[in-house]
Design a protein around this ligand. Sequence first.
Ligand SMILES: [Zn+2]
Length: 375
Amino acid sequence: MAVQNPLVIGTIPPIEVDIFQNPSAFFPTRAARESLQKNLLVEAFYLHYNQNDIYKRYCRSLGYGLQAAETDPYTIPLLPSTIFKKLKIRTLSGEATVKKCISSGTQGSISVIERDNTTLERFLGSVQNTSDNVYGTEDAVALNLGPGIEEAKDIWFSFVMSVTDVLYPTIDYVKNGVFNMAQLVNDINTFKSCYQDVFLIGAPPMFMEFYRYLNANHIKFDCGKQLFIVTGGGWKKQEAESINNNDFKDLTERIFPGIERSRIRDNFNAVELNTIIPECECGSKHLPVWADAFVYDLDTFTRSNEANQTGLLCFLDASPTSYPGFIMTEDLGQIIYIDDCPCGRPGKCIDVIRRVNTIESRGCALKIERDYLKQ
Ligand SMILES: [Zn+2]
């Protein structure tokens, strides 16, 4: 597929064109990706450097400026995700905050991210693009094993899980904190004859609760080929019962006989990340063209762009305008493919191994905060 150059189409800002209209966001060739991605990252850096005092001071303390970003945008300074638990980091984008997004951390502390309209629309664009180009779904219903947007309020994870209602009819199965599993069973059986695809969407612990209910009540389904099982958000406070992605897929195959393994997917997102990173049918999490990822090696304290190196996952996400999307996460992971995922989509793929709360990673984040981000 030929990649248009979205930078010259009409008067729509380039990233809007890319997220909302370009079906090639997950398919650009390497040359097209590098050229477009660099432009988007430099443009984003300009905005946050010029309009965000804390970020500008941080960059200056590192001796990093606009010229360095223009020369090599992959060196753009990163903010540790923990910083959003302590400081309000708001880029003056010229737009009001339309959504305050919070995340309950595993340590009980809360990150706060303010999103303006452009940022939120771009996030929704990444959801749309994922649906069109990675899931390829047209006729679907989404059954959300969680609360709806109203009940979710500011909790980012719950918002993300219920946001499919912009794409498909969506039904929420947690109301007033109660998970209505009997209704979910009933609806799966009803909707399988009405829709081409039936999405079950939720955090892994919610699926585990549902699976226990199915086992306890000896309930079996015969709709394997229609189901899409989509998880996100990780285990959070249920870390003790966590199983890895492969074990979760094994378990799901036993619960839903006949389901294709390629239709059990885990998507990655975090409150600081304004982009959904979807799992493809081959089990790899793909980055769209407006975001890049690499790992930060905890032994050498350097960035690595090589496949199969383990470190803290870092993202350069050009899509947010209300805060810098240049984030060092607390998730240990790897780049697993660069242009060679078996699904055929070019670009980078990540694997998320687990959350780290080690002294090293905390120490790394604390050092950055102490040295560069003091108010
Ligand atoms: Zn793939």
